[in-house]
Write a protein that binds this ligand. Sequence first.
Ligand code: FAD
Length: 598
Amino acid sequence: MSVVKGLVAGRILEEQLFPYPRLLEKDREVLGAMLDAIDQFLAPHQADFKRWDRDAAQPAEFIQGLRDLGLFGLIIPETFGGLGLSNGAYARVLGQTSSHDSSATLTIGAHSSIGMKGLLLFGTEEQKARYLPKLASGEMIAAFCLTESASGSDAASIRTRAQKHEDGSWTLNGEKIWITNGGIADLYTVFARTTSGEGKITAFIVEAAWPGVSHGHHEDKMGIRASSTTTVTFADVRVPAANVLDQEGKGFKVAMAILNNGRTGLGGGAVGGMKTLVALASEQAKTRKQFGQPIGDFGLIREKISQMTVDCFAAESAVFMVAHYIDSGHDDYSIEAAISKIFASEALQRAAYEALQIAAGSGYMRDYPFEQVARDCRILTIFEGTNEVLRLYIALSALKDLSRSLGVLKAAVDDIFNSPIKGFGVLTDYAERRLTRATGVGRDKILAPMPVALRAAANVYERYTVELSRACEALLRKFGKSIADQQLQLKRIADIAIDLYVGLCVTSRAAALANAAGQATAAQQATAPEQVMEAAASLPESAQAEASQAVAMAQMFARQARRRIAGNLRRLERNEDAEMNRLAGFILDQGRYPWDVT
Ligand SMILES: Cc1cc2nc3c(=O)[nH]c(=O)nc-3n(C[C@H](O)[C@H](O)[C@H](O)COP(=O)(O)OP(=O)(O)OC[C@H]3O[C@@H](n4cnc5c(N)ncnc54)[C@H](O)[C@@H]3O)c2cc1C
């Protein structure tokens, strides 16, 4: 069961959070060599990345270098010529590439995370054998084609058409926009509405070389400028029956599964970007002097450095926990994946803002790296599901399970909740029904071993898990199925869930680091104090210091999370939602800000 669904029901599914997972042994071996090779290849391109950002181009020789490093075969099984990395190791690799360049990371990431992920998840053996070896070597680069001009977040409304012929083959017609790798891809995963059956969406594997497939010009973007983004057009493209991905009519499910599964790639990239920003900002803080001292001596600069570090640790903890769920075969992780994407993307944007602020005037200049990072990371809250839509998804998906466990709303509401993204438009059609039964939830205690210093943090999550559950039940009682129209309330529920889930990941990771460093749990202190001392003495000082700071970060995160959660809980009861709604209506009617000083 999903951890967040558990939280909403008042339960902390401890076995899915503690102990904090480690990378697989086989991945660790590959990673060591891989990360070095990435640094050696990308570091000398530092000046090129700047130039390619300005020119909005990524030369073919550079893409060949990515191929030669094996970066297109990261998650493809070894039997098909790939490296067969786990999701955790894959996220780590994207972190390393993104510490050098976001556009390069996106070229690799769009190929693996979404472009060919459908083949990995749903391909037949024949389809895999036909395409995966070429995708692993980079002979074929992949792209994911869902978005259209009138269909962004509302992915179910696509108009690209697939007409079926008697021999089972199809003809595709339509245009996709803003497709990453659109201009360099050889293989597209395309989503189209079938004219047969109920007009449902079907996923197809389409080769760029087929007659009728073409792409537009390289889009002139704010950030990730070197990464290829184009339209992709399908004009009477004949697609063989053998190139349908999964079953006819199951394309929407395929698209959502790909996006859910791919989110740790984006999260890993964001974490890599944050690590670079922490290093760049630290360098700036130590070397820039004002008022006769390094600016890093000033409290307001130190606050920014430490907050960036806490955010990076928290994002990393959540992203790698979700990667572990996927690697260990869980299938109910889409809420946690959405949380890791939201938290990591927003944490990176905060870090980019603060790092540029530390560099101040220098940060604003294009000679320094800060402005490019700020532009590059802006996309992360927009694509692979906007953070607004993902927040609604988190809240609605979690509430669906609570409503079920309450035994009310049942079938009628299931229709809406089964596909929250599709359902937004139809929710108001349902008549209001109220919940009548109380849950009687109790307070879960975290029993995993952790240092005494982390107990207060654990208490925060234990206490507010119960509060979240009560709040969700109260909302369901008050609004029934029309809760789906209460977007601001849903956002608050999602934000509480994000704080609880990320906080639990942070606590688990800090506990693992502290336990490894021999920092005593209450039980250990009482029963085996000598062993605790011995374990501590065997570790280098740096590991001890890192473990102590990790515990401190977990404490800080818990205190900050408590304040945010308490604020959100309060605002569920007392807020300005009605006034905001009226004001927005007024302004939308006017179409402008109507006041002026007189
Ligand atoms: C650089 C770049 C690369 C991309 N790469 C790809 C790719 O490789 N493949 C692909 O298929 N697509 C790609 N996209 C498209 C991307 O996934 C979409 O831009 C994204 O899904 C959002 O759609 P939209 O831009 O049309 O925004 P819209 O859906 O029009 O949303 C506009 C605003 O309204 C909000 N909103 C929408 N619906 C709701 C709702 N129900 N409730 C509350 N708020 C709502 C959104 O959060 C957003 O703030 C890319 C886009 C960009 C810019």
